[in-house]
Design a protein around this ligand. Structure first.
Ligand SMILES: [Zn+2]
Length: 83
C-alpha cells in the first residue's frame, strides 16, 4: 500500500463529477436507491440547498455558501458513480 495526499484523487474526482454533475449517480445510504443527482428533490433556502432522496427523503447532498467558501456535504450518499 502506498499512502499519498489528497492530490492523488484529483483526477478521479474530476472525472467522476465532470462538467455536468447532474448525471452523476448517487447511492442513498438510507434505502440503497440509485439515482441521478438531477432526479433528486432539492430544497433551496437562504441558508443553502439540500438534495433529498425521492425514495426515503434522506439528505443526499448539502450545499452551503459562506463568505469566501462553499461547503458541499454528502451526508446520506453512500457512493457516487458515473457511466
Ligand atoms: Zn433513499
Amino acid at each position: 500500500m502506498v499512502v499519498l495526499d489528497g492530490n492523488a484523487l484529483a483526477g478521479v474526482l474530476t472525472d467522476t463529477l465532470g462538467a455536468d454533475p447532474t448525471t452523476v449517480v448517487l447511492r442513498c445510504a438510507g434505502c440503497g436507491t440509485l439515482g441521478e443527482l438531477a432526479r433528486t428533490r432539492v430544497h433551496v433556502s437562504p441558508m443553502g440547498s439540500v438534495a433529498r432522496c425521492r425514495g426515503c427523503d434522506t439528505v443526499l447532498v448539502t450545499v452551503v455558501e459562506t463568505p469566501g467558501r462553499r461547503w458541499v456535504g454528502l451526508p446520506g450518499t453512500r457512493a457516487v458513480s458515473t457511466d
